[in-house]
Design a protein around this ligand. Structure first.
Ligand SMILES: NC(=O)c1ccc[n+]([C@@H]2O[C@H](COP(=O)([O-])OP(=O)(O)OC[C@H]3O[C@@H](n4cnc5c(N)ncnc54)[C@H](O)[C@@H]3O)[C@@H](O)[C@H]2O)c1
Length: 381
């Protein structure tokens, strides 16, 4: 078993998810590589307590990410900091020769993303990926296999999306994710958009153009100090793209939704791919259910429903009929990162983390989407 020693920069919500996935690595039954947490960096020292209680072996706590990067023991870093820090922090990590899993959107805007990618190109021995865990749901792994198999026939339409209702409550005080200077001009596209891009981009499909309709529904929020603060980030985004599959030269519509204000939805990620021969659809609203329709000319159209169990990309000790959840997806994604770091390629194409060119394509798309919204036009990519 190969061990990769990790530091976390930005040890908040997502930092803890990684730490917890690493702590229960014995869940995975066959993988030959594992993470070990050795250093934590966060500006908020109150966050250290949870790590100290649960990870007594962590040697370094610091509020200065340069100190973490100076630590020779740290071989790889998970960076989960606010978007305005991605460029500086990710650049420093890669320049220090540490492997990086960076959170999306991987730069606050296209310029920041390009700067990070330039540094990555100059350091080809450093392994760099962007986080996106939802495709590791067993049903989505199966969707990936169906896409790869060529069983779809001609693609009629693709729909993907990520729907939250975290901002339905207008009395919720503003935090950094709703501040344009920290979260970025993309707003919800930068926050949730990568999740909706991962499967189509991994399938090799490329957006040719985009028409965006973005909504700023809540314009002010309590500032937490008794007053109100402007909330300038886009709450919801719908993108309609003409999509191209360069492998087959097919062109088809892709509808993308990323919503912070979707009534009734908490963390609903979905994918629907409709083809002339086979169609598939899945939503985390009903996380065990995968629906497939295989159409035979002239015959009845019948959706088959499959109860997915733990049919994970990386084998686990959990019984095959048992349920899979968000924390499992995070752990499977980390297995995907470590497997590819150790073996030089993903175990299967859809069990690999987001590549730099895929993150860059999401930035080109979101930048074009902002232009489309501004100009009320269709923007060519
Ligand atoms: N993959 C997912 O599903 C998912 C979910 C939520 C957030 N995210 C992404 O993760 C990243 C972090 O989001 P979060 O929800 O964990 O935020 P968070 O606010 O919970 O955590 C961010 C942490 O960074 C720390 N921090 C701020 N400045 C720092 C600095 N200069 N050096 C070190 N630490 C610093 C903060 O103190 C905080 O603890 C963002 O890029 C976000 O888009 C991903």
């Amino acid at each position: 078993m190969k061990t990769v020693r990790f530091g976390i920069i930005g040890a908040g919500l997502m930092g803890r998810e990684f730490a917890s996935a690493a702590a229960r690595w014995c869940q995975l039954s066959k993988i030959d590589v594992k993470p070990q947490l050795v250093a934590i960096c966060d500006k908020n020292p109150a966050i250290y307590d949870w790590y100290k209680q649960n990870f007594p072996d962590i040697k370094l706590y610091t509020d200065d990410h340069h100190k973490l990067l100076d630590c020779a023991e740290v071989e790889a870093v998970y960076a989960a900091v606010p978007h305005n820090l991605h460029q500086a922090v990710y650049g420093d990590i890669i320049s220090a020769g540490k492997h990086l899993m960076g959170e999306k959107p991987f730069g606050i805007d296209l310029a920041a993303n390009t700067a990070i990618l330039d540094i990555a190109r100059a350091n080809p021995r450093v392994f760099v990926r962007c986080s996106s865990q939802m495709p590791f749901y067993p049903a989505v792994q199966k969707v990936g296999q169906i896409i790869e198999s060529g069983q779809l026939g001609q693609i009629i339409e693709v729909e993907t999306g990520f729907l939250h209702s975290s901002d339905m409550d207008v009395t919720k005080p503003i935090n950094w994710k709703r501040m344009i200077e920290i979260n970025g001009e993309y707003g919800v596209l930068g926050d949730l958009g990568m999740h909706a891009c991962h499967v189509p981009f991994r399938a090799g499909w490329r957006p040719r153009n985009v028409r965006a309709v973005l909504s700023d529904i809540v314009k002010t929020r309590p500032d937490g100090k008794g007053g109100m603060a402007p909330c300038k980030t886009w709450d919801n985004g719908i993108l309609l793209c003409e999509m191209e599959d360069p492998a087959t030269e097919q062109i088809f519509p892709w509808t993308f939704k990323s919503f912070r204000i979707a009534p009734g939805e908490k963390n609903t990620w979905y994918v629907r791919v409709y083809g002339t021969k086979t169609s598939v659809r899945f939503t985390t609203k009903n996380p065990k259910l995968l629906e497939i329709m295989v159409y035979k000319q002239g015959e009845e159209q019948v959706w088959q429903q499959i109860d997915m169990g733990m049919d994970t990309a990386f084998a686990s000790i959990t019984g095959g009929i048992f349920e899979f959840g968000f924390s499992d997806a995070v752990q499977q994604m980390w297995a995907g990162f470590l497997y590819e770091l150790h073996h030089g390629k993903p175990i299967t194409p859809f069990a690999g983390c987001v590549k730099l060119e895929e993150a860059a394509m999401s930035h080109r798309l979101f930048t074009a989407a902002l232009k489309s919204q501004r100009e009320n036009s269709v923007v060519t990519l």
